[in-house]
Design a protein around this ligand. Structure first.
Ligand SMILES: *[C@@H]1O[C@H](CO)[C@@H](O)[C@H](O)[C@H]1NC(C)=O
Ligand SMILES: *[C@@H]1O[C@H](CO)[C@@H](O)[C@H](O)[C@H]1NC(C)=O
Ligand SMILES: *[C@@H]1O[C@H](CO)[C@@H](O)[C@H](O)[C@H]1NC(C)=O
Ligand SMILES: *[C@@H]1O[C@H](CO)[C@@H](O)[C@H](O)[C@H]1NC(C)=O
Length: 579
């Protein structure tokens, strides 16, 4: 398979139909052909994050988890700052945010922001949703080890937002359950805030599998605390309505595999591992609600190839939300804010615009995480793209040390989208600086005659260039991490990187502006061997968070990191019971 074919992010045609094994039958014995394409890349938001955290103007309105500020002048780290990664620096899970307070900004289907008060059924001025701000719940709620208070949620006088006693007993029971859930979340917030406050004066939390540590994390201890809180508390309800293949199913392989894998893992999350079951069958106990549709499956089954008519896809999603919101009280209760959808297809964001509340309020977990197209890192989740060619990624993992990587930079892939033409025009065959033995950039790789495969090239390269395709995401990012190649994200800052609220991408990846493509070789060559070795070591450390295993998900893997991202965003929202 030519590299370009394997890595193309399909936008203009129906999705490829990879050989689909149901994910549930997948076991770890698969043989990964490391042959096809992919590269990698990643990026770094260190400067932005650090700048924002320290900027007193943004600090005031800070929310407690990362939301890369939209107005930041630059989200690129210079190499000099990359060289400083790991030294000092306040790497917190929480950082500045201009996130909503009592009013939510809605975005309509064109991606325009429409500010609008979200009001409760009762028209209460305090708003139906009260988004958590930096002072809510942290000082008032007891630390996690303290016994649970028996009293209702307290806090500032404003913080009691359970508004009144509804007429029906049934409904009141739901409200009491909601109140209890929110109390649990307030405790988790306060545990996390406590971890933030004490960050350097703590001993690691016990964990039989893994203790996050080191500079790949913005704050390893805070992440660990939050992760354990998630395991202790988080309950996800998966709506049962809808028929496969469009619902409850998804691609287990191909460049869209993270979409199918997540859906299948969620659907089959039944084995309680030491009580760490994240799925609940009782919606009244759920913190978040999953809409289990697959955009990739819709494209394969509903979309008329070549028609460019995406209306049927949108109708499917709009109908689905309509059914759920009339059948259950949960959607209307939060206007969708505690619901999430997930898609790795380029069209995911577009399809999410089928319902204004889905687009504007819900948590959208998307590979196509382009902040210039309405992706909001404070509310949405960036989903890593992984081109899974076999049952699990284990066979796709591993690579030599820096000294056995003769090539400085590598890219192979189709010439499309907004970034790659500039890259190929400069460094590709026939390009202005084409043919440079240190910078191997081409659409196709030579085949046969013992020519190195795509994966071989990644293993032989120190840096793997990861420009997006038609859209921002690229499977190259994860592949670079798997193969021990330091990823280089090439974009103009619009790609919201996966798990950036927890991971400090600057520690293990570089980010280049499109305008810097001509200077690419000089920039990469300026990274000292010492710094490179450090970054490569961190690439190996961060890998576990991008792993998709055959069989059931494992702690700290991609499935759990996705859920952790959802958990963080759910923590930033407080749902009030209806009147
Ligand atoms: C956060 O909550 C506090 C206490 O309720 C309030 O005084 C403050 O104005 C809120 N801040 C924002 C940004 O909403
Ligand atoms: C979306 O919002 C923008 C800005 O308010 C407005 O001009 C546009 O007409 C809206 N589009 C739709 C489809 O509502
Ligand atoms: C939720 O709101 C919609 C639109 O306002 C309404 O049609 C639906 O019946 C409501 N659902 C419930 C369960 O009350
Ligand atoms: C992100 O979206 C903007 C606006 O649609 C677009 O111009 C840009 O090319 C996109 N970026 C990438 C890397 O696809």
């Amino acid at each position: 398979m030519p590299a370009s074919a394997a890595t193309t992010t399909t936008t203009s045609s129906a999705a490829p139909s990879p050989s689909l094994l149901p994910c549930l039958h997948v076991h770890a014995h698969g043989r990964a052909s490391a042959a096809a394409a992919c590269c990698l890349l990643v990026l770094v938001t260190f400067l932005v994050v650090a700048a924002c955290w320290w900027d007193p103007r943004t600090r005031e309105a800070s929310s407690w988890f990362l939301s890369p500020p939209r107005s930041a002048p630059s989200s690129f780290s210079s190499l000099t700052s990359a060289g400083g990664v790991g030294g000092g620096g306040e790497h917190l899970l929480a950082t500045a945010s201009s996130y909503y307070s009592a009013a939510a900004g809605f975005r309509n289907s064109t991606g325009k922001e429409v500010h609008q008060e979200v009001r409760g059924h009762g028209g209460d001025d305090r708003g139906f949703l009260s988004f958590v701000n930096s002072s809510f719940g942290y000082d008032e709620a007891p630390p996690p080890s303290a016994p649970a208070p028996a009293s209702p949620v307290t806090g500032g006088s404003d913080e009691v937002i359970i508004q009144s006693t509804p007429p029906q007993v049934e409904r009141r029971r739901d409200d009491v359950k909601l109140e209890r859930l929110e109390l649990g979340l307030a405790r988790a917030r306060s545990a996390i805030m406590e971890a933030i406050r004490k960050k350097d004066k703590v001993s690691p939390l016990p964990d039989k599998d893994y203790v996050p540590m080191g500079p790949v994390y913005r704050n390893a201890h805070v992440f660990h605390r939050s992760y354990l809180e998630m395991e202790r508390q988080l309950k996800v309800y998966v709506y049962e309505e809808g028929e496969p293949p469009v619902f409850h199913d998804g691609p287990c392989r191909s460049i869209y595999s993270t979409e199918g894998r997540f859906i299948h893992s969620m659907e089959t999350e039944t084995e309680a591992e030491e009580g760490r079951r994240l799925r609940t069958r009782d919606p009244a106990r759920a913190h978040v609600f999953f809409l289990p549709f697959s955009v990739v499956k819709m494209v394969q089954t509903i979309y008329e190839p070549g028609s460019r008519d995406m209306a049927p896809l949108k109708r499917t999603v709009a109908d689905y939300v309509r059914v759920l919101s009339s059948k259950y009280p949960y959607w209307n209760r939060s206007l969708g804010a505690d619901h999430f959808m997930l898609s790795c297809h380029d069209w995911g964001p577009y399809v999410s615009s089928a319902n204004a509340q889905l687009f504007g309020n819900s948590i959208r977990v998307l590979c196509n995480a382009n902040t210039s197209e309405g992706f909001d890192p404070a509310r949405d989740v960036s989903l890593p793209q992984v081109n899974l060619r076999s049952d699990a990624v284990e066979r796709q993992v591993g690579g030599p040390s820096a000294s056995r990587r003769p090539v400085l930079a590598f890219f192979a892939g189709g010439n499309h989208g907004p970034v790659r033409p500039a890259l190929l025009a400069h460094w590709g065959p026939g390009g202005r600086r084409g043919g440079d033995p240190d910078v191997r950039v081409s659409e196709y790789l030579p085949r046969g005659g013992g020519a190195p495969s795509y994966a071989d090239m990644m293993r032989r390269s120190r840096f793997c260039l990861c420009p997006g395709g038609y859209e921002v995401a690229s499977p190259r990012l994860a592949e670079a991490l798997y193969l021990g190649c330091v990823p280089v994200v090439v974009d103009d800052g619009e790609y919201a990187l996966p798990f950036a609220d927890v991971l400090d991408w600057d520690a293990f990846a570089l980010r280049l502006r499109v305008a810097d493509i001509p200077r690419l070789k000089e920039i990469l060559a300026a990274v000292s061997p010492r710094q490179y070795i450090r970054m490569q070591r961190r690439v190996r450390m961060v890998r576990r968070h991008f792993m998709l295993h055959g069989g059931p998900p494992r702690r700290y893997d991609a499935f759990h990191m996705i859920l952790h991202s959802v958990w963080l965003r759910r923590l930033n929202v407080r749902i009030a019971a209806a009147e």
